[in-house]
Ligand binder design. Sequence first.
Ligand SMILES: Cc1cc2nc3c(=O)[nH]c(=O)nc-3n(C[C@H](O)[C@H](O)[C@H](O)COP(=O)(O)OP(=O)(O)OC[C@H]3O[C@@H](n4cnc5c(N)ncnc54)[C@H](O)[C@@H]3O)c2cc1C
Length: 398
Amino acid sequence: MAANKLRRRLPHSEWAITIVDQDSEHHYQPGYLLIPFGVYDPSTVVKPSKRFLPRGVNTIIGEIDLVEPDMNRVRTAHGTYLQYDELVIATGVSPRPDQTPGMVGSEWRNTVFDFYTKEGATALADKLRTWDGGRLVVHISEMPIKCPVAPLEFAFLADSFFEERGMRDRVEMTYVTPLDGAFTKPVASKRLGAMLDERKIKLESDFYVESIDNEKKALVSFDEREVPFDLLVTVPVNMGADFIGRSGLGNELNCVPVDNGTFQSTSWDNIFALGDAADIPTSKAGSVAHFAIELFTENFIQHINGDEMTHIFDGHANCFVESGDGKAMLIDFNYDTQPLPGKYPVPRLGPMSLMKETRLNHYGKLMFKWIYWHALLPGRRLPMPALMSMAGKEVVEE
Ligand SMILES: Cc1cc2nc3c(=O)[nH]c(=O)nc-3n(C[C@H](O)[C@H](O)[C@H](O)COP(=O)(O)OP(=O)(O)OC[C@H]3O[C@@H](n4cnc5c(N)ncnc54)[C@H](O)[C@@H]3O)c2cc1C
């Protein structure tokens, strides 16, 4: 998206743009959620990246090994050096099951699964096809994770999936989280917590996982609580790329500290971090990357012209939350305003409802896949303001 937008704005005679990506395919990651339940076939969430890149951009398929910010250069794993005037880091975050003792043990992909990778979601789909019930534990290892509502959505969809198969009474479900409630923000946390209750999904909060005991088949916390499982669906620790740590550019989770409004590195003026790779206090979500890049493009032009960057991001995020039974909720928030009820994107008219489970929101979520491939990645402008608006929102007591 950034490459598409910048290529249109930067004169070819003055600016060369090079993209380095270790993967020649692009994944629509929100689609991973629907693979385990057989709604999406894994092949439908992957397309060749080159289809979305504009002409006039050099592409290198290869891993970035190191950035040397004082020398303004990037080294690839093949040992090639790429000199830059400006560097944009957008290498995301990945699930790291290796960070929790016992996660990649004898039970991995046997009774312990993740759905944050295409392989994990596909293996889980195979498991769920024949699983005949027991204790299902849905688990978040550590915050922040990308799309923090995705594990809740997984729990709601699983409830609906087992209900449809006539086996819900044979499944005991527990939602285990390091948070003190179902979600990070108070009003949404209360609503989402009530939705877990309504579906008879037990909430185990403030749970900091120390290890997974493969023999006992139990999650073990630092405060010595144990949650036994027959099937564990976990979201492993999410971390930025290792080269970020190696290059001295990141925090303890290899995300890049940046100015929250402009995405400029707090240490180097000619480095920016976009999307999940940036350490900013809002959700790691595609919607955030989308809104942020609208503003980043304008800021970047000001920056290279030596002007002050004036398009300040507010942390705007919005997410459809699948709630099962063909319905979904929509939440819209930013750094300062938590998700509130109301209508979106047009005040009073919607047509989407905020913080309410509706069929239209569910269709919105399904339609998003098309919008992602055909409008977002090519960098087309969508009729949604980049900054969050209070119009159409109802202020409620916590
Ligand atoms: C299950 C799930 C559900 C989700 N649902 C939603 C949702 O409903 N709504 C929403 O807004 N968001 C959702 N998200 C989050 C969304 O997918 C991410 O926030 C978004 O993809 C982040 O984009 P990005 O460009 O920052 O990183 P990514 O899309 O992860 O891209 C990172 C790129 O960097 C490359 N890369 C990484 N390391 C290196 C390296 N060392 N060298 C070279 N290349 C490298 C990778 O190959 C990749 O192409 C979901 C995510 C998951 C996993």
